[in-house]
Design a protein around this ligand. Structure first.
Ligand code: PEP
Ligand code: MN
Length: 288
């Protein structure tokens, strides 16, 4: 009797067709993000500050990354900080100038949604919602994002198995939004020399076994500015579809993640080498 009950519950909730589709469809299906496509032949670079701190800081960074070849802008409005006393983002204050800066730069904005109540507000400004590592397990947020029709950059939690990451993506796609882009941003290991450990295996696995585009966040993956370019090159070499990277005009003054933010000249230099590495993999840098 108990067995029978279990069996019917399993049939009702497992949705085996979702899994099967993923296994058979291992070729990346590109996702349209604003006026570009991620997961196609071109390698995308999403760049900008960890946090949007002021109009001038965001404007300066946005202009600089655009002229160095970025294809999308990043910038946090609400931050998920481990320390409750740390800078939490400027929040809706950013809405006073966001539109103007984004329009002037001509690049689409990617920004993190930390609470389902922000979805509607952010919708006017972003071409893609970012789900942070700390929210990958926030299933009510993922379900709400499944109801939107904008792409979702789903960061892997630093403690998540690849399987848990892919299953989190299902929470979004089950709602009818299949525009998910996976983001590997480093995991927690026993190592303490770097902030996290870049899991290159996860990138290769996700590319080979899912149809989602995969990007890498080299900034959080190592947490050390001088190591960010090498992680970017490694990502390109193993077939990632792009990166999301932190850049700040004066990292020493940054209100969050200054230690891992590239300066503008460092970003520029990295982009030049990246193009040469991409050339070797027959993959052009995405130009907007
Ligand atoms: C960020 O992108 O600034 C961020 C907080 O990333 P993560 O969620 O990966 O820690
Ligand atoms: Mn950051």
């Amino acid at each position: 009797m108990t067995d029978l009950k279990l069996k019917s519950t399993t049939t009702r909730f497992m949705k085996p067709e979702v899994k099967a589709e993923r296994v058979t469809q291992s070729k990346t299906v590109p996702v349209t993000v604003g006026n570009i496509s991620i997961g196609g032949p071109d390698f995308a670079v999403i760049a900008g500050p960890c946090s949007i701190e002021s109009k001038s800081q965001f404007e300066e960074t946005a202009t600089a990354v655009r002229s160095s070849g970025a294809s999308l802008l990043r910038g946090g409005i609400w931050k998920m900080r481990t320390d409750s006393q740390a800078f939490q983002g400027i929040g809706s204050e950013a809405f006073q100038f966001l539109q103007e800066v984004v329009e002037n730069t001509g690049l689409g904005l990617v920004s993190e949604v930390t609470d389902p109540r922000q979805i509607e507000m952010l919708d006017n400004f972003v071409v893609m919602y970012q789900v942070g590592a700390r929210n990958m397990f926030n299933y009510s947020l993922l379900k709400e994002l499944g109801q939107t029709r904008k792409p979702i950059l789903l960061k892997r939690s630093f403690s998540a198995l690849i399987d848990e990451w892919i299953k989190a993506a299902d929470y979004i796609t089950n709602g009818g939004n299949d525009k998910v882009i996976l983001c590997e941003r480093g995991i927690r290991t026993f190592e303490t020399k770097t902030r996290y450990t870049f899991d290159v295996n996860a990138v290769i696995w996700a590319k080979q076994n899912t149809h989602f585009p995969v990007v890498v966040d080299p900034s959080h993956a190592v947490g050390i500015r001088d190591m960010v370019p090498a992680v970017t090159y490694a990502s390109a070499a193993v077939g990632a579809d792009g990166i999301i990277v932190e850049v700040h005009p004066r990292p020493e003054e940054a209100l969050s993640d200054g230690k891992q933010s590239l300066t503008v000249p460092e970003f520029k230099k990295m982009m030049k080498t990246l193009e040469r590495i991409l050339e070797a993999t027959d993959r052009p840098l995405l130009k907007v």
